[in-house]
Design a protein around this ligand. Structure first.
Ligand code: FAD
Length: 529
């Protein structure tokens, strides 16, 4: 008998899971395009095109392997498509890997309520299991430190470990060595681009037709959509980018928006590239000294550490609805509604600049332009420019999360919510981060070359020509003193703040209030006004 497997859009792999457990001739796959899901939020057009083109290529490849394919189209939700497939083809059982997304779990529940015979099996695309995380963090844990989990994963997997149980090189993390600004050397290599074939063109036309008002543009679509293309993108990253990954991990450059980042998150998150494979390849390259240890460790920590950690954190908090010691963080009965924690009481609207209105802040406008075009920007731009500014302005963490969710091609609830609500904005009151990630203009100036192109002066803190980041930083500390001044990691900036004369503090407050007014309350713009 044939075993039927439901393959959702984010599990496009035939290298692990139920698809590998029987011969192709005894395997059937159900796949689906459920338009109501894509309409739930105005997701970046390139994200939808990437998913649709990748799904279609995946289905064709599996058919060529001799697997039987049922490919459903529905204007409705997944449960509608699954109902269609199981009824029409009289399927008595359908296997599926445990969903990664909370939203997908809700969809599965809905399908089961309708009597669809879905059987969930372990999701083997992850490197860690639930018990790997839960054994490190007891149910009463109030602070989840990624480092503890990461050490455990290094020990469990033996990645970059010596036979005596010690980490190779004597330490687990090289983070402290990986903080160099980029000054043009070494040159950033040109990465491979993938011209859309006729299948991808069809997906692009569908998105253009069905989702014309969604965020972003389809112009210049060149993402890898087949397994062979994903493999090529990975080989390129391994050979040409990763050797320089570590030192410039925290840098930002006006003319080099990608630097040495792999740009593979969107492919990893739909399982085109399996995390364990990437980690093993990098560890091998480190052993044979093709990649310096600090770069290899930095990259491995992102995937074996941060990525897995975020997913478990999301599961443990039920998508930030249940934070230890807090009431339910969702104000709505709708189970799909996002959680709204805001430990710092931040409720301002997102600046119109996030929808394309020019702010005059060169760093912000440059990053937003890139996100509009590509649905991607690297980690430090997300953290130090977009999130930092939003936190300083007192923007609602939920509003910021929703924006990241629709604007980035790699965003799914399990990864975007912990990164924004936890890591970046302190909305979870320090569950994930030991302090809010905030900085004034000086740090942005040190780690980037944006300020040289900006009309604002990073060395001035007050007055019209001053960069608003600095006055916003001091007024953020001032405003949140009750919450933050007793945090040991914030003691230095609070000592400096308290030494400021009243007149200077007043000037800082005035400049910050002006920036908040201009950025958050000036009339909201339509996208790319
Ligand atoms: P690289 O710098 O090459 O890193 C390698 C890989 O490590 C990434 O591909 C990714 O799979 C993984 N990784 C690194 N950091 C993280 C992290 N913090 N959480 C999870 N995985 C990580 N990542 C997403 O995949 N989806 C998101 O929606 C997302 N939202 C974010 C929002 C904010 C505010 C911040 C600060 C970070 C967010 N990240 C998100 C994490 C990180 O910025 C991206 O994974 C990374 O920039 C993707 O680019 P890359 O593939 O070149 O990564």
């Amino acid at each position: 008998a044939r075993r039927w497997i439901y393959v959702p859009y984010d599990r496009l792999t035939d290298a692990t899971g139920p698809l590998t457990e029987q011969p192709a001739s005894q395997t059937g796959i159900v796949m689906m395009e459920a338009l109501a899901k894509a309409h739930r939020r105005p997701y970046h057009k390139k994200k939808l095109a990437l998913i649709l083109a990748s799904q279609r290529h995946f289905a064709l490849k599996q058919a060529r392997r001799g697997i039987k394919i049922i490919y459903e189209f529905t204007p409705g939700i997944f449960a509608d498509g699954l109902e269609q497939a199981t009824r029409h083809h009289r399927l008595s059982a359908l296997t599926m890997m445990q969903p990664a997304e909370r939203e997908m779990s809700l969809d599965v529940e809905e399908a089961r309520v309708r009597g669809i015979p879905l059987q969930l099996v372990e999701d083997t695309t992850w490197c860690s299991t639930e018990s790997d995380f839960d054994s490190v963090f007891a149910p009463t844990t109030k602070h989840f430190l990624m480092d503890r989990f990461y050490r455990r994963m290094r020990q469990k997997t033996g990645i970059l470990m010596q036979p005596n149980g010690e980490p190779i090189g004597g330490k687990y993390s090289y983070d402290a060595e990986n903080r160099r600004p980029y000054r043009g050397q070494p040159p950033v290599p040109e990465r491979p681009r993938f011209h859309p074939d006729s299948i991808t063109q069809e997906a692009l036309h569908l998105v253009a037709r069905e989702f014309p008002s969604h965020f972003g543009t389809l112009d210049g679509f060149d993402l890898p959509v087949t397994q062979a293309q994903a493999d090529e993108a990975w080989s390129f990253a391994l050979e040409h980018l990763l050797p320089h990954f570590g030192p410039f991990e925290d840098a930002m450059a006006h003319n080099e928006p990608d630097l040495f980042h792999s740009r593979l998150s969107a492919l990893i998150n739909i399982s085109r590239l399996l995390p364990r494979r990437l980690i093993d390849d990098v560890a091998r390259a480190a052993h044979s000294e093709r990649i310096p240890l600090a770069s290899a460790e930095g990259f491995i920590r992102q995937i074996l550490g941060w990525r897995e950690f975020m997913r478990h954190l999301h599961r443990r908090t039920d998508g930030y609805r249940q934070l230890p010691g807090q009431r339910n963080n969702s104000s709505s009965d709708d189970p799909y509604a996002g959680a709204e924690p805001s430990a710092l009481n931040a409720h301002r609207p997102l600046p119109a600049a996030f929808w394309g209105r020019r702010s005059g802040l060169h760093c912000l406008d440059t990053v937003i332009d890139q996100v509009w075009r590509e649905g991607w920007s690297h980690h430090i731009t997300r953290l130090m420019v977009l999130s930092n500014l939003s936190t300083l302005l007192g923007v609602s963490p939920r509003a910021l999360t929703d924006w990241f969710w629709i604007a980035y091609i790699d965003a799914y609830d399990w990864v975007v919510e912990p990164n924004v609500l936890g890591m970046s904005t302190f909305a979870d009151n320090g569950l994930t981060a030991t302090k809010p990630y905030v900085s004034g203009a000086a740090y942005i100036h040190r780690m980037s070359d944006y300020c040289g192109h900006c009309r604002y002066n990073p060395r001035k803190a007050t007055g019209d020509a001053s960069c608003p980041f600095t006055s916003l930083y001091w007024s953020f500390l001032d405003r949140n003193a009750d919450n933050l001044s007793s945090n040991p990691r914030m003691s230095m900036p609070y000592v400096t703040l308290r030494k400021k004369p009243a007149s200077e503090l007043n000037e800082l407050r005035k400049r910050a209030a002006q920036a908040i007014e201009e950025l958050c309350h000036a009339q909201q713009a339509s996208p790319q006004e």
